[in-house]
Every structure is written in C-alpha cells, then in structure tokens.
Design a protein around this ligand. Structure first.
Ligand code: TYM
Length: 333
C-alpha cells in the first residue's frame, strides 16, 4: 500500500530480445493496473548480469525494453518506468534480505536449477541469490500485486515467505504481495519443443516469436511450429503443440477454445497455423510501430529513465530507511 493506493510492481530482464511469452504473460497486462494502482515497472539490468552479457547488447536492450514498455501502452506519466541499477536501494535491501533467506529455500528454486544446468561453467552466487534481489525489488515499493507469467510464481511465493519472516521479527515492515497471472497466455511454450517454456534465451530462433519479428517471419515461424500427426484442431492432453497454438490464438483474439475448435472444424493444421500467425502479427504491428518511434528518440528515453529513477528512489529510500531503523542501524542524517 502506497499512500492509500494499491501498488503493482513487475520487471523484465533485458537479457535477450523479448518474446510473445513476455508480452502475453506479462507486459501486455501491466497497463490494466495503471488506473487503480500506483504502478512501478522496472527494467531489471542487475538481474541480467547473473548470466554473462555482451555490454553493448545489454545497453541496447535496456533502452529497447523501456521503449517496449511504452509501446505496449505504459504511459510514463501514469506509471513509474525505470532501470534497476539506477536505484541503488535494490541491492542495499537485497543484502539485508539475504540474511533472512535460507540456503535450502534458494536451493529449491527451479529457475536456479535450470539456469545452473544451462550455464554449468558459471554457477555464480548472484544466480543463486537472484530471487532475493527480486524480493527486494518487490518489497521496496510495498507492493500488493505482481503481474507475472507462471514461471515467476515460485519466486514471488519465496518473496512472500521472506516478507512474512521479516514481519514476524519486525512487525509492520512490508506489504506481503500476491502474484497475479494472466487468464490466458501465462505460459507460452516453445514452438520447437512445446513441453518447454518459450524463452528469450533460446538458441533456436525458430522456437521463439519475438515481439519485434516482422509479419513474414512470424507467419513462417508459426507454419513451422511442431504439432502432432493428428489433423484435428482441438485442445487435448498430449497435443502440446496444438494446445500452445490454441493458447496463443486465444490470447491474441479472445476466442474461446470451443470457438477455435468450431472455426477450424474440417480444416487442416496449415490453415490454423496461418490464422495464428496473422492474428499475432496484426496484434503486434501497432506495438512495433510505436516502438520504432520511441527508439528514434534516445534523449526522450533517457529523460524518462531519469524521471522514473527519481520517482522510484523516493519510495525505495523510505522503505530502506524504515528497514534499517528496525534492524538497529545507526542513521546520521
Ligand atoms: P523475465 O525477464 O524472464 O520475463 C519477464 C516476464 O515475462 C514472463 N514470461 C512469460 N510468460 C508467459 N510465457 C512465457 N513463455 C514467458 N516467458 C517469460 C515472466 O514470467 C515475467 O513475468 N525474474 C523476472 C524479472 C524480475 C521481476 C522482478 C518480475 C525481476 N524482479 C520483480 C516481477 C517482480 C524474470 O526473469 O522475468
């Protein structure tokens, strides 16, 4: 709760080109909170360096992620949009929360297990304590709701455990947040391996549809999507590829699974894939257009980053100071 207003908080890593999973599972939903909530949406660059990044790419993607936030409808006058490393309170609080998070809890995080298997040559401490930095992002703003895809639910639940533990020792410190998942699109799967989440770090570009892919590329990727040997468009167990395409189509068009099944009755997978590709490309076209315009004005993006960091720092400073006082740190201001 922030000055009698509920708070929505979320973040996206600038660690790769953003996908329709990021769009449908997260960013597209952020703006629905803008009217009723005080909203903070962060470009989490500090999280991104838990995996090695090429500096020029990280820099470019940080601008791009902010531009995409705006292109997806987040008005910087109604939402605080900022870059994580511009607000040092995130890492200050993360250290404190590290002392209230158990080794066993972090060891159980599935993202840590997945990422350490994928980057076995670089299982650094930051990768391990990543969820603590995420908890500090959320708790600094006294957040009520965290709109995320299903893959981040476990991290938000750990954040709740950390907040409750801290509140038990030092009452009334943090608001305990709720993860909120989109009704449709909270878990979009890879087009090449539909039992695996679509991920911006996938090496196979055909497995992933990026928000900035052009229409032809989007249609080509959907045409190649892995399905099954059946020919009937219906949602059923074992039909992971078709289930995923139906989910994407439902998320972009609002048509229910029943309506989709009826629409493609007697038609083959080819027609269906084409329709999914077109719905996706048509929905993304205006986002891409606005993105191009925002990216052409770097000075504007930098001014927004600065303004967002000032707004965020003001709130973050207050929470950090409250926490430090409760812990017994001497404050000499
Ligand atoms: P990240 O950058 O991996 O993803 C950003 C958001 O996109 C969602 N998402 C998906 N949703 C549906 N289908 C998919 N295939 C898919 N892939 C990704 C994610 O669930 C996420 O909501 N740790 C976070 C970033 C973060 C954060 C935070 C989020 C840092 N601090 C505080 C919320 C609050 C992450 O790596 O997201």
């Amino acid at each position: 709760m922030f000055q009698d207003q509920l708070v929505s908080y979320s973040g996206v890593q600038p660690s790769g080109n953003l996908t329709i999973g990021n769009y449908l599972g997260a960013i597209r939903n952020f703006s629905s909170y803008s009217e009723k909530y005080k909203c903070f949406y962060c470009v989490v660059d500090s999280h991104a360096i838990t995996v090695r990044q090429v500096p020029a790419d990280l820099r470019r993607r940080t601008y791009e992620t902010l531009a995409l936030y705006m292109a997806c409808g987040l008005d910087p006058e109604k939402n605080t949009l900022y870059v994580q490393s511009h607000v040092h309170e995130h890492t200050d609080l993360a250290w404190i929360l590290n002392c209230f998070t158990m080794f066993g809890e972090l060891s159980r995080m599935t993202q840590f297990k997945d990422k350490s298997a994928k980057h076995s040559d670089n299982i650094n401490a930051g990768l391990f304590t990543y969820p603590v930095l995420m908890a500090s992002d959320i708790l600094l703003y006294q957040t009520d709701v965290v709109p995320v895809g299903i893959d981040q639910k476990q991290h938000v639940e750990l954040c709740r455990d950390i907040a409750n533990r801290f509140n038990q020792l030092y009452p009334d410190t943090f608001t305990v947040p709720e993860p909120i998942m989109a009704k449709s699109g909270a878990k979009i799967m890879s087009l090449a391996e539909p039992t695996k989440k679509m991920s911006k770090s996938d090496e196979n570009a055909n497995a992933v549809v990026y928000i900035l892919d052009d229409k032809d590329t989007i249609i080509r990727k959907f045409k190649r999507a892995v399905t099954d040997s059946d020919t009937c468009v219906r949602y059923a167990e074992g039909k992971d590829g078709i289930n995923n395409l139906m989910t994407v189509y439902n998320a972009f068009t609002g048509k229910t699974f029943d309506e989709i099944e009826r629409e493609f009755e007697g038609k083959g997978y080819g027609d269906f894939k084409m329709a999914v590709g077109e719905a996706c490309a048509d929905a993304l076209a205006p986002v891409q257009q606005r993105f191009k315009e925002f990216m052409a004005d770097k000075a504007m993006l930098e001014a927004q980053m600065k303004k967002g960091a000032e707004e965020a720092s003001y709130v973050a400073r207050r929470t950090l100071s409250k926490v430090q006082k409760k812990l017994g740190f001497v404050q000499v201001r």
